[in-house]
Design a protein around this ligand. Structure first.
Ligand SMILES: [Zn+2]
Length: 451
């Protein structure tokens, strides 16, 4: 009887010890730490994020330190309340202010959980990652750029950088035009096409180059903007036009809007949304230039609207809305065949609100062309097309007063005057002359005359 009792007591004790050891308060899993990718670059001001997770007891304490050449800088230290299972720590690193030198440094995170393991000290995780401190922006040498650019028109720039340059382009106001690299032995040659669309609201352009750490170097471009006559057009809007062309473009819940409000919603809000969507689609241009010579205009077509036209909309004698026309309107016979303006690849086919049925072609190096208000298309996404190949037929889908083609040329998704791209002489003198070394693969060339 006594034996059985003591055996029972032992079993209960052992079970108790086991229960305690395996109970959540005694768990033995250290916290999980998610650090920046090894080798990440940081500059004088870099934001990083450290993510910590601990289950089931939760985090107790986190200490973050930066180390370089035997010196240490405390960045962060905190004790967390109960129930802190998942924590994101955004850190603003200012290594230059702290006195770190350029080169490798180590980011260390020490985290402890609330487990009672280790005599109540909890489970410890020490995680480190090497980062690269870099304060020096890439070196940039401007080799040439289009000097005379028409209002609403385009230009090109060619520049050379040190090999640490990771991203580059031309900034016009808030608009960014992407530059495309050709890597040489110890230099990178970059070509960029940029423009001054009506909504850029800036007549200044600058080259911006970033390295991996995000250090920027900028060089202003010397450009003279040449004026062009702006066409002002007044359009009378009728009730039947709003009923037939505007209401169908609105979502069903807006079908009962007053007519003027419906018109404004489509002509202003939807227009803006559609143009943003087109810009986003057209930024997916590929690096390799596919276009061959000047772009072509639809055959036997009459220009019924030009680029940058300022339109005023009148309803029953009152001005109700404004818009700027971002393409060329080309009218021919109804359902006229639409040719690809140049060699390229189909980037998009589909319905885009006021533009109706649309085809977007990519010609590479940031150039795309857009064909709007089509009845149908003969191509699909990814198809390669030849210059002049029929890609669809004109119609009046979207916001139009009749059957025509709306044609746009876009650079990095921003529309520019297509007339320039139809002009062989302009293309040769203003664009190709500047970019010649890029096309010939001459990396390491000397600066040449500006155009
Ligand atoms: Zn148009």
């Amino acid at each position: 009887m006594k034996k059985t009792l003591s055996a029972l007591i032992i079993v209960v004790l052992v079970a108790g010890v086991i229960a305690v050891f395996f109970a959540p308060p005694f768990e033995r899993k250290p916290p999980k730490v998610q650090l920046p990718t090894p080798g990440s670059y940081i500059n004088a001001k870099t934001s990083i994020e450290v993510v910590l997770k601990d289950k089931p007891t939760g985090l107790r304490e986190v200490v973050i330190t930066l180390h370089q050449k035997g010196k240490s800088w405390a960045l962060y230290s905190r004790i967390f309340p109960m129930g802190s299972y998942s924590i994101r720590i955004p850190l603003k690193l200012e290594p230059q202010k702290l006195g770190l030198k350029e080169g490798p440094a180590t980011l260390e995170v020490v985290a402890r959980d609330r487990s009672l393991w280790n005599l109540g000290r909890g489970n410890l995780r020490r995680a480190t990652v090497q980062v690269m401190v870099d304060y020096t922006p890439p070196s940039v040498e401007l080799l040439g750029n289009t000097r005379y650019v028409y209002m609403n028109g385009a230009g090109a720039a060619l520049f050379q950088t040190s090999p640490d340059a990771k991203k580059a382009g031309v900034q016009v106001g808030k608009l960014f035009f992407k530059a495309y690299p050709r890597k040489g032995k110890d230099k990178v040659l970059w070509a960029v096409l940029f423009g001054f669309p009506p909504y850029a609201r800036s007549q200044r352009a600058q080259v911006v180059v970033w390295d991996e750490a995000g250090n920027p170097r900028t060089i202003p471009l010397s450009i003279h903007i040449l004026a062009r006559k702006v066409v002002k057009e007044t359009l009378n809007i009728s009730d039947s036009f709003i009923q037939n062309k505007i209401i169908p473009l609105l979502p069903t819940q807006d079908n009962n809007l007053p007519l003027v409000a419906a018109f404004k919603k489509v002509n202003e809000d939807l227009r803006q949304q559609n143009e943003t969507a087109i810009t986003q689609l057209a930024t997916r241009s590929s690096a390799s230039p596919m276009w061959q010579g000047a772009f072509i205009q639809m055959k036997n077509s009459k220009v019924t609207a030009t680029f940058g036209d300022r339109r005023t909309y009148i309803y029953k004698g009152n001005v109700i809305s404004h818009a700027t026309h971002l393409g060329y309107d080309l009218a021919s016979v109804a359902h006229a065949p639409v040719p690809a303006a140049n060699e390229g690849r189909v980037l998009y086919t589909g319905f885009i609100g006021i533009y109706g049925n649309v085809v977007i072609l990519d010609h590479g190096l940031g150039i795309t062309s857009l064909y709007a208000h089509l009845s149908r298309y003969l191509v699909k996404k990814g198809d390669l097309v030849k210059k002049g190949q029929i890609i669809g037929y004109t119609d009046s889908t979207g916001l139009t007063g009749g059957d025509h083609l709306h044609f746009s040329v876009l650079l990095s998704g921003h529309p520019v005057n297509p007339m320039e791209w139809w002009d062989k002489k302009w293309l040769r003198e203003r664009i190709m002359a500047v970019l010649k070394p890029y096309f010939q693969g001459e990396i390491g060339v000397q600066a040449h005359g500006d155009r």
